[in-house]
Design a protein around this ligand. Structure first.
Ligand SMILES: *[C@@H]1O[C@H](CO)[C@@H](O)[C@H](O)[C@H]1NC(C)=O
Ligand SMILES: *[C@@H]1O[C@H](CO)[C@@H](O)[C@H](O)[C@H]1NC(C)=O
Length: 186
């Protein structure tokens, strides 16, 4: 079910982005809006919705954004924003993201990382832990209205991510155990 439109990260590209980001971080205007901060990091302004109350960004790129309220914004998929969104800005990328959840196949998945291609391919990638999902960059051009909604059930998607990330090693261990058991009982 997670097999459609997901991508693996090119690790070397991530490395290059983090090198570039240290140069970008020092050129920030202190009184610009969070949307301009996103833009100055090569990220689309629409990643954060309308209704930002205040925000802080430090020199390392670590940011905290406070929204008026938790809310949902509709893109190709629906995104849920917690009242507090935080993460680490790098050039073309947000790491250690917390507070944004994406809906897919009726489940909600916490978004851990967001990345755009540089030079631009017109795509943006949302990493939800086990897979990364691509969207069209143009749909994130401008901040969207964000509507207050009941808090979605985030637990299902979280459970799936946790389960899937544990299944492989556990399955291997299980098979090894079975194998040993099979041998010793013969
Ligand atoms: C930003 O807003 C939050 C939530 O209302 C508040 O707790 C916080 O103190 C504010 N921070 C700043 C820097 O104004
Ligand atoms: C958001 O952050 C503010 C300030 O740090 C805090 O007082 C508030 O409890 C947080 N709200 C939520 C829903 O986590």
């Amino acid at each position: 079910m997670l097999s459609s439109h997901h991508f693996l990260f090119p690790t070397s590209a991530l490395f290059i982005f983090s090198l570039i980001s240290s140069m970008a971080a020092s050129t920030e205007a202190s009184d610009s809006s969070i949307y301009e901060v996103l833009k100055s990091h090569g990220l689309p302004m629409g990643l954060l919705p309308k209704g930002v109350k205040n925000f802080t960004v430090d020199n390392s790129g670590k940011f905290d954004v406070h929204l008026d309220r938790a809310c949902n914004a509709k893109f190709e998929n629906e995104l849920h924003y917690d009242m507090n969104v935080s993460g680490v800005l790098r050039y073309g990328q947000i790491d250690a993201l917390s507070g944004i959840t994406a809906q897919d196949l009726f489940l909600w998945f916490p978004v851990r990382e967001i990345r755009v291609d540089i030079p631009s391919s017109g795509l943006i990638y949302f990493d939800v832990g086990v897979v990364s999902k691509q969207f069209s960059l143009s749909s994130f051009e401008t901040p969207r209205d964000c509507l207050a909604v009941p808090v979605p059930d985030l637990q299902d998607g979280r459970n799936i991510v946790e389960t899937v990330s544990k299944i492989l090693p556990r399955k291997l261990r299980y098979e090894v155990d079975q194998d040993n058991f099979g041998r010793t009982s013969l």
